[in-house]
Design a protein. Structure first.
Length: 210
C-alpha cells in the first residue's frame, strides 16, 4: 500500500507600520478668549470680571455667534516676589470663553470685537474640520495601502514565492489634539488670521504572512 505524504508549508510573518495623510480646508474655528482681572478685593474683581465678560458675550451674540460656552473659570491667589520674599498681592479671576464659528474669514474681526469689549486674554485659535470622520477613513485606507506596499517590496527583495497576506491590522491613530496658535493682543487687532490647511493623519500596524 502506497504511503501518502502531506507537505506542510511554513509561513513567515512580518509586521510593518503604515501611515496615511489627507489634507482639507478647515471649516470651523475654535477660539478661546476671555477676561482676567487682578486686585486685592475678591468681590470687587469678581464683579468687574462678570461685567466685562457679559459685555464680551453680548458683543459676540450681536455678531450672530450662538456657540459660546464657559471653558474655564478660575480664582487664584496672586503672588509676587520682592527681594526674594513672596508677597501676597490679592487675587486673580480668570474667565475664559470658548466660541465656535464657521465664517473663518471673520475670525480676526470676531477677536477684535471681543477685545474692544473687554477681553484681555486670548488663549488660542484652532482651525478644525467639523466632521473629520470621512477624511480620517480615507487616511486610514492610505495607511493600510502604505503598509502593503512596504510588505510587497520586502517580499520581492527576499524573492519569496507568495505575496504577503495581511492577517492582523492594528489601528494606532489617536484623536488629534487641536493645534493651538498663540497670539498676543497687540498682534491681533486688525490682523488677518489665516486658517491654512488641516492635515488628518492615520497610522496602522499590519502583520503579514508570506
Amino acid at each position: 500500500m502506497a504511503e501518502t505524504k502531506t507537505e506542510h508549508l511554513q509561513y513567515n510573518t512580518m509586521t510593518l507600520n503604515g501611515q496615511g495623510h489627507v489634507t482639507t480646508n478647515p471649516n470651523t474655528a475654535v477660539i478661546r478668549l476671555g477676561v482676567q482681572t487682578i486686585g486685592e478685593n475678591i468681590e470687587a474683581i469678581q464683579s468687574e470680571n462678570a461685567e466685562l465678560s457679559e459685555n464680551v458675550i453680548q458683543a459676540l451674540t450681536e455678531l450672530g455667534i450662538t456657540n459660546i460656552r464657559t471653558f474655564q473659570y478660575v480664582i487664584d491667589k496672586n503672588y509676587e516676589f520682592e527681594d526674594g520674599i513672596r508677597v501676597d498681592k490679592g487675587y486673580i479671576v480668570r474667565n475664559i470663553l470658548e466660541i465656535q464659528i464657521n465664517d473663518l474669514d471673520n475670525a480676526g474681526f470676531v477677536i477684535d470685537t471681543a477685545v474692544n469689549n473687554g477681553a484681555n486674554v486670548v488663549d488660542f485659535i484652532s482651525f478644525e474640520v467639523d466632521d473629520p470622520s470621512m477624511f480620517y477613513q480615507q487616511a486610514l485606507n492610505l495607511a493600510i495601502m502604505d503598509a502593503m506596499r512596504k510588505a510587497k517590496s520586502i517580499a520581492r527583495q527576499l524573492d519569496t514565492p507568495f505575496d504577503p497576506i495581511p492577517i492582523r491590522i492594528v489601528e494606532n491613530s489617536s484623536s488629534p489634539m487641536p493645534r493651538s496658535q498663540q497670539y498676543f493682543l497687540r498682534e491681533i487687532a486688525s490682523t488677518p488670521i489665516e486658517p491654512g490647511i488641516k492635515q488628518i493623519d492615520a497610522f496602522v500596524s499590519v502583520e503579514f504572512i508570506f
